[in-house]
Design a protein around this ligand. Structure first.
Ligand code: ARG
Length: 462
């Protein structure tokens, strides 16, 4: 183990257990590319500002590029005694180019360095997840389109009790809407975090005549951060990313729950593809929705990542504290988890087989068109509350005698209200119910068709 880069004031070697506890290189080596990009921008700026000489800039730049190549090729020795990604790169640079490497850290601290690296990483992660979310959204819209002609109908639920019939396409679009907002949240977060901490120094800025605009521009940031304390102390960019991830996986978890239910023998609405289900080692008949169960379960990890980082940050005084080193693993984990879950669903959904007959039948049970009957009476002039009462009585009568609403006789209907006759039965079919719901955003197939077209248009944008 060589002398620490910060070893000047220390007389005794670091305790072995402390070294292991303190080191982050095991995970923050994932920031190597960002770290080197930021160093390249920094050293170029130092040259432009006349802080370093051209020859020094050239040697440092060449060395950093060599290191990046070595890292990408897997030829780099990551050393625990060099603590973190930043000092691994810098110490390796010194091994390669000698003492001039020591000038790289002029007008910089690991505090603004790590904040910069991490922002670069999280910005890209947010953009990548937004892209994958968009792809899944497109899948939902395509599935909505595919099941609209002829419209596949299903029961809509509240309290998991049959409520009113809906089009399956309407259900697909509901998820497309959630995903569209999720995509927006990720992109908003990427936009808000797009400011450069580089040049904030340890916390107070620097006496060197640096050009923060130049390094910000070189790294694709919109501008430098305005306050050096905030720049090194704040992790709300990571929190915002994790919040967007948590909401996104909450949506995917609800989807998972529905697919798990809908694929049971008892529901029988959907058969999930063999490629995305698994068997049992003892029960030969089993086909288990493991992908959906894991997606639902992994929501716990992502929520945990958000709660974990909120808890890390909440008690830390300004500016940097080593606690903040705990910001990375949870972000990496949430990012990796969502990348895979989003891809799995985009592959899986188009291969799911929906059983229109079973769903149509389920949609007609549970007096799902009772509201249609109440609306019919109310459109005939009865106040809706009274109509509700009348139909409630009919549902009671039908369920006591084991019948559907359309199986009640003319006399039974007329006895309850003169507006009612067997003729209204035609209004109580699942098809009539669904196609009558023409209000904006409603489930009538023409409405859903319009929403699909609008969703396709929005997918064409940018
Ligand atoms: N590995 C550290 C982190 O991830 C880098 C910053 C260390 N700064 C310091 N003053 N110890 O937070």
């Amino acid at each position: 183990s060589d002398k620490k880069l910060w070893g000047g004031r220390f007389a005794e070697a670091t305790d072995g257990l402390v070294e292991r506890f303190n080191a982050s290189v095991g995970f923050d080596q994932r920031l190597a590319e960002q770290d080197i990009r930021a160093s390249l921008a920094h050293v170029a700026m130092l040259g432009q500002q006349g802080i370093l000489e051209g020859a020094e800039v050239a040697r440092i730049t060449g060395g950093l590029q060599e290191i990046l190549t070595a890292i990408l090729a897997g030829n780099f020795e990551w050393r625990l005694d060099r603590e973190d990604v930043h000092m691994n790169v810098e110490a390796d640079l010194r091994d390669r180019i000698g003492g001039v490497a020591g000038k790289l850290h002029t007008a910089r601290s690991r505090n603004d360095q790590v904040a910069t690296d991490f922002r670069l990483f999280v910005r890209e992660a947010a953009q990548n997840l937004a892209q994958l979310t968009r792809a899944l959204r497109a899948t939902f819209v395509a599935e909505a389109e595919r099941h609209l002609d002829p419209p596949v109908l299903m029961p809509g639920y509240t309290h998991l009790q049959v409520a009113q019939p809906i089009a399956l396409s309407h259900w697909f679009l509901a998820y497309a809407e959630m995903l569209e907002r999720d995509e927006g949240r990720l992109l908003d977060a990427a936009e808000r975090m797009n400011e450069s901490p580089l040049g904030a120094g340890a916390l107070a800025g620097t006496p060197w005549p640096i050009d923060r605009e130049a390094t910000a521009r070189a790294l694709g940031f919109a501008r430098p951060m305005r306050n050096s304390l905030d720049a090194v102390a704040s992790r709300d960019f990571a929190l915002e990313f994790l919040s967007a991830c948590a909401i996104l996986i909450a949506h995917l978890s609800r989807l998972s729950e529905e697919l798990i239910l809908f694929s049971t023998f008892e529901f029988g609405f959907v058969t999930l593809p063999d490629s995305h289900t698994t068997g049992s080692s003892i029960m030969p008949q089993k086909k288990n929705p493991d992908v959906s169960e894991l997606a639902r379960g992994k929501a716990g990890r992502v929520f945990g990542a958000l709660m974990g980082l909120l808890t890390v940050v909440k008690g830390t005084p300004l500016a940097y504290n080593k606690d903040l080193q705990e910001d990375k693993e949870s972000v990496f984990d949430a990012y990796d988890t969502l990348s895979i879950v989003l891809r799995l669903y985009a592959d899986m959904l188009p291969k799911a087989e929906w059983h229109a007959t079973t769903m149509r039948q389920a949609a007609s049970r549970g007096y799902s068109t009772a509201t249609d009957l109440a609306d019919f009476l109310a459109m005939g002039g009865l106040p809706f509350r009274e109509a509700h009462e009348v139909v409630g009585g009919l549902v009671g009568l039908a369920s006591r005698t084991g019948r559907q609403l359309w199986e009640l006789s003319d006399e039974e209907l007329r006895a309850v209200h003169p507006l009612l006759s067997a003729e209204v039965a035609s209004r109580l079919t699942v098809e009539a119910s669904v196609s009558s719901r023409q209000s904006f955003g409603g489930t009538a197939p023409d409405q859903v068709g319009k929403q699909i077209q609008a969703a396709l248009e929005r997918l064409k944008e940018h």
